[in-house]
Write a protein that binds this ligand. Structure first.
Ligand SMILES: Nc1nc2c(ncn2[C@@H]2O[C@H](COP(=O)(O)O[C@H]3[C@@H](O)[C@H](n4cnc5c(=O)[nH]c(N)nc54)O[C@@H]3COP(=O)(O)O)[C@@H](O)[C@H]2O)c(=O)[nH]1
Length: 688
């Protein structure tokens, strides 16, 4: 039973329906046939009973006279008339005492079963499987004369029933056939759409093609199922395409993010992130295979000035050209990245000798030496390059980067537009910078700063007209620390603001002292840093310091650099105008090294241009410097400004400057920066 159920469970719906049809129609027809047969059997028996009754009644009537007269012979003859009746097997007549009077037996060979009762049986009838036994009384006008017993065979009934069964079987078979043909047709109408649905879903599953649709021309539940299936497919297809679009979008975003994470938008070079990743693996490789990897840090000189004067678009264009030029100097496989605003870095792999890296650095510098044309402006951009190698200088990536940075810092200090290979004792320098940074924070409160003053001379009279205040750090362990070493650090960490205030205050107090001594012709130049200029309360602080020191503001000169003016926004211009309103004069320091333009010089209330010492150093031999210097002097005059030459060390320089219209100068020729007391001695010597 279970195995039949298992078998059925595994069959397709069509087979299940066929089995169901057959079982249902077969069972119904069989049941109906059985009921019919039973009914028929019953009717046949009834009919036999009635016939036997009639015959018994007829014999009873005929035999009553013979019984009355105990005429056995006549009774026998009457009973023998049953001879023509095939189904009567035995008949007997009993006298009123129940004794057998006469009997009749059909001539049947096997008489074993036809036993005649010796005593009259009780009246009534009884059906056995083979016979009908019937006994009923014989009387005449109410007087009992005996009884009659008849035993009829059921054989004829069975024969009839057999025929009847055969007929029913035939009808049943035909009905079953017809019913199944009809059911099969109807079933096909039901199963075909289901099969089609199953086939469609299989195709979709196998091909992954959600454009396939189920077809159904019915509007019944299967038709509705097919419609729902198609609607579901529509939705899946829509969601699929949305998902596909979303995945594509995500992929695009991922690629963009990856690009953003690894590439620089402006130059299209890789960025710091990529550089660090690459350097990490190349250093690992260099250490493993005992090869040399070189890192070069390139910092552009004067980039900020270009950005500030010509705008960010010009700055970006400049960076692109620089990136292009630097890339062209490299071999295939070398890595170049933009790692910061104006910082580039290069990795050279498998370098045999450091001299090869030096050559690359020289090529980089000469590629940048060519003027760059942006928006009609011819720009000259230099670079400072620091070179460090692994495993020579460093045993890991971080050390290598630190050393390349230190070397670059040295290159910058050497005078820009040059390269520097890292040297082991530079480690000490870098360490010193760290030490300086931490002790700088305590230097003010420990009163470790001092001001030195460098005389400024009238070239014609050779008399002192003023001084420039220059800070010195009297470090308890390192000795006198030059401002070149600590001012940039102070600018970076913001300490320049309190330090600058201290300088201004000390210089103003000293100015007041000298003026009180009658040296009222002396002016005092004080350097102002870019960071100080950005302070909101700068003007208030200057006013307060000058007021508290009771210094003459008209004798106070503040030195600014060209780049500070380039940075200046409206707020700065206002501040400078307010400073001028106090009576303080403004000077431009290191003039000629930045990107000066006549327009901004006219815009600010500048009184003096200080020619940078780099143009003075090779005067008068260097014709370029001579031309630049004379041009600056002429320009200052045309703008009604004073000119002060810096770094004058020789009489020839002083003469050249004087003969070309420069009235004032400062430099070692006249005096180095000295403590205040010595200025007094110098003034005394002047009067001798
Ligand atoms: N914001 C501030 N900056 C300051 C302050 N004090 C100094 N500085 C700046 O530090 C830089 C270095 O200054 P210093 O080492 O004092 O050098 C000055 C002179 O010693 C040097 N100089 C003067 N004459 C000559 C010379 O004939 N030859 C030669 N090789 N060097 C000479 O020049 C420096 C002065 O330069 P400048 O300021 O441009 O006039 C320097 O940039 C200072 O500005 C400070 O208090 N605040």
């Amino acid at each position: 039973m279970n195995s039949a159920q298992d078998w059925l469970r595994k069959q397709p719906i069509a087979t299940k329906l066929k089995v169901l049809n057959l079982a249902t129609s077969g069972t119904v027809i069989l049941l109906a046939s059985l009921l019919l047969l039973l009914a028929q059997f019953y009717f046949f028996n009834r009919s036999l009973l009635e016939n036997t009754h009639s015959q018994a009644a007829m014999i009873s009537e005929n035999v009553s006279a013979a019984m009355m007269f105990t005429d056995q012979k006549a009774a026998q003859e009457i009973l023998s008339s049953l001879h023509g009746t095939a189904n009567i097997e035995i008949a007997a007549i009993y006298d009123p005492q129940g004794k057998l009077f006469v009997s009749y037996r059909q001539d049947i060979k096997d008489m074993g079963e036809h036993i005649l009762p010796s005593q009259a049986p009780q009246t009534g009838y009884d059906f056995s499987l083979q016979h009908l036994s019937l006994s009923q009384p014989i009387d005449l006008k109410g007087k009992p004369l005996g009884s009659i017993y008849i035993q009829a065979s059921l054989y004829a009934v069975y024969i009839q029933l057999a025929w009847y069964s055969a007929a029913i079987l035939a009808i049943m078979a035909i009905s079953l056939l017809v019913a199944n043909i009809i059911l099969l047709r109807m079933q096909k109408k039901i199963t075909d759409p289901i099969l089609s649905l199953a086939r469609t879903s299989k195709t979709i599953f196998e091909l992954g093609d959600y454009t396939v649709r189920a077809h159904s021309d019915t509007s019944d539940e299967i038709g509705q199922l097919a419609n729902s299936f198609n609607l579901m497919l529509d939705r899946i297809q829509k969601r699929d395409s949305e998902l596909e679009a979303e995945i594509m979008q995500r992929k695009r975003i991922e690629i963009r993010l990856d690009r953003l994470a690894h590439f620089d938008n402006v130059t299209n070079l890789s960025n710091r992130h990529f550089f660090n990743e690459r350097l990490g693996s190349l250093v690992g490789r260099a250490l493993q295979f005992k090869e040399r990897a070189v890192v070069m840090f390139i910092d552009l000189d004067n980039f900020k000035i270009v950005n500030d004067t010509l705008g960010h678009d010009a700055g970006d264009a400049l960076l692109r050209i620089v990136a292009e030029r630097l890339s062209k100097t490299l071999r295939f496989g070398d890595v170049i990245s933009r790692i910061g605003g104006d910082e580039f870095a290069i990795i050279l792999e498998n370098v045999e000798k450091i001299s090869q890296a030096v050559k690359v650095a020289e090529k980089c510098l000469s590629s940048l030496a060519e003027p760059i044309l942006i928006d009609g402006n011819e720009l000259y951009i230099g670079a400072s390059i620091g070179i460090s190698a692994c495993p020579d200088d460093a045993s890991n990536m971080h050390e290598l980067l630190k050393h390349a940075d230190t070397a670059m810092y040295y290159a910058k200090n050497k005078g820009k537009n040059t390269y520097q290979v890292f040297l082991p004792d530079m480690k000490e320098g870098a360490q010193k910078r760290l030490t300086l940074e931490s002790s700088l924070r305590r230097a003010l409160e420990r009163q470790e700063f001092a001001l030195y003053y460098q005389p400024q001379i009238d070239l014609k009279t050779r008399r002192m007209i003023g001084v420039e205040a220059l800070i010195r750090w009297m470090h308890p362990e390192l000795g006198i620390v030059n401002p070149v070493e600590f001012i940039p650090i102070a600018e970076e960490n913001g300490l320049i603001v309190p330090i600058g205030e201290w300088v201004l205050k000390t210089a103003c107090l000293q100015l007041k002292v000298w003026h009180d001594l009658g040296l009222t012709h002396l002016s005092m130049s004080v350097n102002l840093s870019g960071r100080q200029l950005k302070e909101d309360n700068l003007v208030e602080r200057i006013k307060q310091i000058v007021r508290e020191a009771e210094a003459d503001p008209s004798a106070l000169h503040l030195e600014l650099t060209e780049s500070m003016l380039m940075d200046a926004g409206t707020m700065t211009i206002e501040k400078l105008e307010q400073i001028c309103a106090i009576g303080i004069q403004l000077e431009i320091d290191d003039f000629g090294t930045g990107y000066s333009s006549m327009s901004y010089l006219k815009r600010y209330p500048i009184t003096t241009l200080k020619v940078d010492k780099s143009f003075v150093r090779e005067l008068p031999e260097n014709t370029d410097d001579a031309a630049i210097t004379t041009a600056i002097i002429a320009m200052a005059h045309s703008l009604k400004m004073h000119v002060m030459a810096e770094g004058v060390e020789t009489d020839e320089q002083a003469e050249f400057l004087q003969s070309n219209g420069c009235r004032n100068a400062q430099g070692y020729l006249f005096s180095r920066p000295v403590p205040a007391e010595q200025i007094g001695k110098l003034l005394e010597q002047e009067n001798l």
